[in-house]
Design a protein around this ligand. Sequence first.
Ligand SMILES: Cc1cc2nc3c(=O)[nH]c(=O)nc-3n(C[C@H](O)[C@H](O)[C@H](O)COP(=O)(O)OP(=O)(O)OC[C@H]3O[C@@H](n4cnc5c(N)ncnc54)[C@H](O)[C@@H]3O)c2cc1C
Length: 815
Amino acid sequence: MAKQLPTHARVVVIGGGVVGCSIAYHLTKLGWKEVVLLERKKLTSGTTWHAAGLIGQLRATLNMTRLAQYTAGLYAGLEEETGQATGWKQRGSIAIATTAARFEELLRGASMAKTFGLEVHEIGPGEIKRHWPLLEVSDVVGGVFLPKDGQTNPVDTTVALAKGAAMRGAQIFEEMKVDAIRSERGRAIGVATERGEIKAEHVVIATGMWSRALGRSCGVNIPLQACEHFYVVTEDFPELTPTLPVLRDPDHCAYFKEDAGKLLFGAFEPKAKPWAIDGIPKGFEFGELAEDFDHFQPILEAAMRRLPSLERIGIRKFFNGPESFTPDVRYMLGEAPELPGLFVAAGFNSTGIQSAGGAGKVLAEWIVGGHPPMDLWDVDIRRMQPFQGNKRYLAERVSESLGLLYAMHWPYRQYETARNVRLTPLYERLKGQGACFGETAGWERANWFAPAGREPKYEYSYGRQNWFAHAAAEHKAVREAVALFDQSSFAKFLVEGRDAEAVLQRISANDVAVEPGRIVYTQWLNERGGIEADLTVTRLSETRYMVVTATATGVRDFHWLRRHIAADAHAFATDVTSAYAMLSVMGPHSRALLAELSGEDLSNAAFPFGTSREIEIGHARLRAARITYVGELGWELYVPSEFAVHLFDRIVAAGGAFGLRLAGMHAMDSCRMEKAYRSWGHDISDEDTPLEAGLAFAVKLDKNLDFIGREALLRARERKTTKRLVQFALRDPEPLLYHNEPVYRDGGIVGRTTSGAYGHHLGRAVALGYVHDEDGIDAAYVESGSFEIEVAGRRFAARASLTPMYDPKGTRIRS
Ligand SMILES: Cc1cc2nc3c(=O)[nH]c(=O)nc-3n(C[C@H](O)[C@H](O)[C@H](O)COP(=O)(O)OP(=O)(O)OC[C@H]3O[C@@H](n4cnc5c(N)ncnc54)[C@H](O)[C@@H]3O)c2cc1C
């Protein structure tokens, strides 16, 4: 270990757990030398030392799986590289299902794994028993076997990563607590310790459950909270063989592994116990928490039913240790939006050992390259909302998050804790009308409406859920009459000042130097041509613009905007999301309804598509924008929040005569899928260009106007497009698509779906998805192929199209 604390470093990594050590390892692997890692106590002394060491590779999404796959490969070779034993063993893993729904979930996961070559086998109870002879399988429906999964010794693996980093020049200091993160002119510039200060170009917080407090000390939001996390180690268990794969029994919240002749089994119980809500006790190191036998007992009883011979074996160790959990059970990675130069890797939700390799690699690449090396939105810290740092919110939410690791991952599953926190002004009105709410970025949004006499409550399944028919009726109203959506949660920014046009012109791929009153659909691109944001920019006046973007990307997009306003520019951005409600009135009867309410001429001549202006309804003045996300004639109405209820009441009172129906987000999603409207974070991301995403029509490439990403797009235009977003519709009206299903063309896998929904007008499941072909993809390629989509192991024929299957010419929106 190094002794003399340097005064300068390129990167200071704070935290010597598996994550911090992996980041230091990968930074040095990329050739960076002045890397310093500071650990307040001893390496691994936080959470890492007591992890069970399971390395599973199949994760919820493609990119997370790719990272876990990388981790397994890294650990397998670490001993040879560093000379430090890691305890890595590749014995595979089995997940079992005791219900048909769980089996479908496993098979859908296995299908997804095919798109990137992860080996997964479907196995029946007999084969499961052959792998684990002691197992009671009478209730088992089936399972999946991943032969390449492994397990490792977390302490030794961390030490090996630290050794690898040190071998390439990193300096590692134990007993070196960081007391403060220094910043200057809004940028992190180093750290302070009791033995002195280190100036650094980049600082990384990898301090596990300490991260929330450390982040808050420098104004950075890192919403995580520690929970108690349990496992048990038995006395010697002679019937266990050392080659047993890891076993997961998610229906009974438990995992099992052979551990040096003993059995280790742990729990992901449905209601967890948050720990140290007011702060981690001072001096906590290699800490264990008190046993809680009552809490663990249901898991133990289920384990004994699964492994009857367990009844004869004594328990040697009842372990309880803290681990940090996040509100959405995904970790947080990336540059903090509040403080450039400060990076975060924390909140690993009991998957830190299996995630550390991949997370360390991509964070190091992010630091060195200046941008995420791949689409990391699943774990990007910019998805977090400021309110989520609230400790009472966190304590309540993480008591649910821990159990979600093994709970059924139902489509459309909603959180049950810490709800009704962020409400639009229309919440009570919608509730009174039977709304069933879902949560996005903390906002309660009406997802669907239950008719009178029906409870607005989800009944989950992989098939048609209980709201299917209600969403279908809402969809029909959008297509044939008129529907009202509450889109108040959509993020809204004002950009004002003499340079507002110049700022937005530079970051927008489309031309925003338009007449006041025009709405421009545009992407914001990065230098690589990837899509950072997908939104509308409305010019309000010479010096004022309004930007509207999705609820989930508000924090991210606002920071992108702010970062691209030069210090000397006369342009000011304000997040006005809460100031304005947004009601959208969509459908062929919307013109008649709004014309009656406003007394205005809303004809095509007077109010063309893509324009916006003030109108009056009731006693409110509001901004009406003729634009749509559902593919119909319609207006979005932006109104000061305090007038929202008044406006809503007027629309609803007049709406009956026009066939008005309240509609929710599920109907909106189904409509936008039919029209092939893209959703950022699903169908488009920072690694997809508008050319690949089929959005070239919204790019000012031929206008000789400069904008971020232009050069990259000009270069890309010269090459063949080898990746292209395509719309699909299953020929069989029965199966449902969600996302991540493999796409086949002429029998071979060419891609995967990025989002899916049932298209009620088209009468079948619709999806968007990327297809890849090195020889290039054009309309002829799509039209001449025979496409199939795989759902839970079965392939279904699909129609594919580059133009929207619903209203391809856009006549309805311009009608
Ligand atoms: C019972 C249990 C079983 C688990 N099993 C598994 C498993 O099978 N597979 C798996 O993948 N994951 C598992 N995990 C999760 C895994 O252990 C964690 O996700 C992982 O260890 C987190 O690593 P980390 O580096 O983020 O945090 P930590 O290991 O906590 O490291 C953070 C470090 O930062 C240091 N630090 C804090 N503040 C400062 C400061 N101001 N200055 C300097 N240093 C500071 C701390 O001392 C600590 O050493 C398990 C967890 C538990 C509790």
